[in-house]
Design a protein around this ligand. Structure first.
Ligand SMILES: Nc1ncnc2c1ncn2[C@@H]1O[C@H](COP(=O)(O)OP(=O)(O)OP(=O)(O)O)[C@@H](O)[C@H]1O
Ligand SMILES: [Mg+2]
Length: 355
């Protein structure tokens, strides 16, 4: 065992270290001394005739809903987990190669810290590890995303004090309570940014008889979505009239979007309540005092902090740059893997223990 560790340490000299937030909506790559060097939408455009990858990241996202028949823009992760293994692998290989341009040349593949949603199955976690390995990593360390987020925003995770973090991404919302280097309570739900986009699409179809695409729905959500009423905001959107089949414009207000998102926002609030209700009293007291931290793109939904704070009577902080918190956490971990070893899930045994 000791000999194995010695060999490991020796080999590490020939590897770079990189941190990856492999998200449903965005994938970010962190490298030592440089910070986040790659930040791209998790989208890959594939030519169905040849099977070849046509574009990855921003270029592929621009094609979503606009591709000719033989090209499809794929989001290889759905609900926080890999749905298309080969495409995920290609995307990772490409993004790792891009990050490699910021690193010294090394003989061996990099050691990679990668985040997975809390509470995913053994099989799902293994898929992330295998895809990262196949994309060229020599060694893969897996960390649960809420833990990476907590580290990224520098919460005192190793101390005997409870912290609460809510990561609202594209595919999943992870709600977690952390103390003494471990996740004490957590809940992961498949209600996050993508679901809100879908809610907006179906609301506009039902109320205005207009069909809009995912990209438009996301733009509307960001521009006029607010979960508590404030100054009225409106925007004009274009879609296809379901009756005539022709393009039509309508004006959408913040109150439309609030109604569209209402159901999903209540699901999110209820899940947060469940986590709080099962948190041990001492830790709950810490959280009531220190509050809840919001990370992920969904943290930017207007009024969400106010709504949570009002509902649970505790302080709510939207962290600075919420979309990069997980990747920054992966970066902090890779810079001191020994210190964070206890929060990593890196062996077969750990993966099955997580089941
Ligand atoms: N200003 C904003 N207001 C509301 N939602 C936003 C805003 N900015 C980004 N988002 C949403 O945040 C989501 C992306 O967040 P993020 O990059 O954290 O997700 P992810 O990490 O890729 O997904 P996951 O963690 O679920 O795998 C998208 O659904 C996007 O629409
Ligand atoms: Mg995420």
């Amino acid at each position: 065992m000791e000999f194995k560790e010695y060999i490991e340490k020796f080999l590490n000299r020939f590897s770079n270290e990189i941190g990856i937030d492999l998200g449903t909506a965005n994938t970010l790559v962190y490298v030592r001394n440089k910070g986040i060097v790659v930040n791209e939408p998790s989208v890959v455009a594939v030519n169905q005739k040849t099977g070849q990858v046509v574009a990855i990241g921003t270029a592929a996202k621009e094609m979503l809903g606009r591709t000719p028949q033989h090209i499809t823009a794929i989001r290889p992760l759905v609900d926080g987990v890999i749905s298309d293994f080969e495409v995920t692998e290609e995307m990772l290989a490409y993004l790792m190669k891009r990050a490699g341009e910021f690193l010294p040349k090394k003989l061996l593949g990099p050691r990679v810290v990668v985040g997975i949603p809390a509470g995913v199955t053994n099989v799902e976690a293994r898929a992330v590890r295998d895809a990262t390995r196949n994309a060229g990593a020599r060694q893969v360390y897996i960390v649960e995303q809420p833990m990476a987020g907590a580290i990224g925003i520098r919460l005192p995770i190793h101390e005997p004090v409870g912290s609460m973090i809510v990561d609202i991404g594209g595919g999943t919302t992870d709600i977690a309570v952390i103390s003494l280097g471990g996740i004490v309570r957590s809940k992961s739900l498949r209600v996050a940014g993508d679901k809100l986009n879908a809610d907006i699409i179906s609301y506009i179809r039902n109320e205005f008889k207009i069909l809009i695409g995912e990209t438009t729905a996301e733009q509307v959500k960001i521009a006029v979505g607010a979960v508590v009423p404030g100054n009225p905001i409106e925007t004009t959107i274009r879609g296809r009239d379901l009756i005539t089949g022709l393009p039509r414009e309508v004006v959408i207000t913040d109150s439309d979007i609030r109604e569209a998102m209402g159901q999903s926002i209540s699901v999110l609030i209820d899940a947060t309540r469940e986590v709080l209700e099962t948190t041990p009293p001492e830790i709950l007291a810490d959280i009531m005092r220190r509050g809840m931290y919001l990370v992920g793109g969904g943290a930017l939904i207007k009024g969400l902090d106010e709504l949570l704070s009002h509902t649970f009577k505790l302080p709510v902080t939207v962290v600075d740059e919420p979309l990069t918190a997980i990747a920054r956490g992966a970066g902090i971990i890779l810079e001191d893997i020994d210190r964070y070893r206890s929060v990593l899930i890196h062996s077969e045994d750990d993966l099955s223990a997580n089941q």
